[in-house]
Design a protein around this ligand. Structure first.
Ligand code: PLP
Length: 373
């Protein structure tokens, strides 16, 4: 049997290797604090679970419309100041991302991805047979300089991926730069896929949404904001013409998000308790960010994250070697390589973990660094 050619450039080896290394360490009985977690460590709020159970008992166990339950679309439209006709509910943010990729990345075109960035964008671009153009952001606070985007743009670019607050850096782009990039893309006939999945998890300045632009597909969801990664509920906001193209994929891909999950989230939003549930979690993340930043900035050159729950650190050593050696000090981190070019000496840490574990991890990192010095 032969794997399809479109997967030939895609590898799972690094993720598998790190997984195997951590599993081996655990089997050897080592106590490892994992800073590799890509989801909130909080349980889905009781308030959501109760409403989901009620919805299941009331028969919300079937397909919904491909676009999603009307009451959820209405709540999302109201929150983002758009029309309900611009909202499509999807089976998680990931489904929305692949719908957008299959709809707008033409084979042989170029896809612009600022680096470092969420590793899935590289996979989608490769699957669609596109060439990847990476734009470095390490020296511009991990957000792309519009002039650098402009330099690589031409009519061959089909899609530009943006993700702010960013995974893996926690950086938030300024509204001015984001809008400048959208305009540059529009001038070149390109679609901007703005992945705003962390837009509710921010610490100082509220990230601006790019919803409402004719050439922008906003991808979002409740995986992170309501700690619901296992429920698979995301959404897309876009111009109706763009939504129509994505519907061609969605109708045979995610089809719809689970009905009871849609109903539960719709109720939480309509009853006005969404913000309360969110702020409980964000205030915990803020304490952890402040702690981890204050400790690690004494050792490394780090940029203070403005959102999400990640920090990206230049450890000035091969990231695979560092990650493997740090395990001996009881800490697992994610090597920077999968997040794009120029990340060979970087690692991502996730502070979606208890304060107690974060303290243990910081001690482990300090011990490792003191023997390295
Ligand atoms: N986008 C980014 C930037 C992410 O970090 C993630 C998950 O880690 C996703 C999308 C996927 O979200 P979902 O679980 O809703 O598919």
């Amino acid at each position: 049997m032969r794997e399809a050619g479109r997967l030939s450039q895609i590898s799972t080896s690094m993720i598998r290797k790190m997984f195997e290394i951590v599993e081996k360490a655990k089997k050897e009985g080592r106590d490892i604090v994992s800073l590799t977690i890509g989801e909130p460590d909080f349980d889905t709020p009781r308030e959501v679970i109760e409403r989901a159970c009620k919805a299941m008992n009331a028969g919300y166990t079937h397909y919904t419309s491909n676009f999603g339950l009307e009451e959820l679309r209405e709540a999302i439209a109201e929150k983002y100041g758009v029309s309900i006709s611009n909202v499509m509910v999807t089976a998680g943010g990931s489904e929305a991302l692949i719908n957008a990729s299959l709809a707008f990345i033409e084979e042989g075109t170029r896809v612009v991805i600022p680096t470092p960035n969420f590793l899935s964008y590289f996979t989608y671009a490769k699957m669609c047979g596109a060439k990847i153009e990476q734009v470095k952001t390490h020296d511009t606070n991990y957000t792309p300089d519009p002039d650098r985007i402009n330099e690589v743009m031409d009519r061959d670019v089909s899609v530009v991926f943006l993700n702010y607050p960013n995974n893996p850096t926690g950086a938030v782009i300024s509204e001015r730069d984001a809008r400048a990039i959208v305009e540059i893309a529009a001038d070149n006939g390109a679609v901007v896929v703005s992945d705003e999945i962390y837009d509710q998890i921010y610490y100082d300045v509220k990230p601006a949404s790019l919803a409402g632009y004719e050439n922008v597909v906003c991808v979002n969801g409740f995986s992170k904001s309501l700690a619901m990664t296992g429920w698979r509920i995301g959404f897309t906001i876009a111009d109706e013409k763009l939504l129509d193209s994505m519907l061609k994929v969605h109708q045979v891909n995610g089809v719809c998000a689970p009905a009871f999950a849609q109903k539960a989230v719709a109720e939480v939003m309509a009853e006005g308790i969404f913000d309360k549930l969110l702020s409980r979690m964000v205030s915990e993340f803020r304490k952890r960010r402040d702690y981890v930043y204050s400790e690690l900035s004494k050792i490394y050159d780090v940029i203070k994250p403005e959102g999400a729950f990640y920090m990206f650190i230049n450890v000035k050593e091969d990231c695979m070697v560092y990650a493997e050696k740090l395990l001996e000090y009881g800490v697992a981190v994610t090597p920077g390589l999968p997040f794009g070019d120029y990340n060979e000496t970087y690692v991502r840490i996730s502070y979606a973990n208890s304060m107690e574990n974060l303290k243990k991890a910081v001690d482990g990192i300090k011990n490792y660094e003191s023997q390295r010095a």
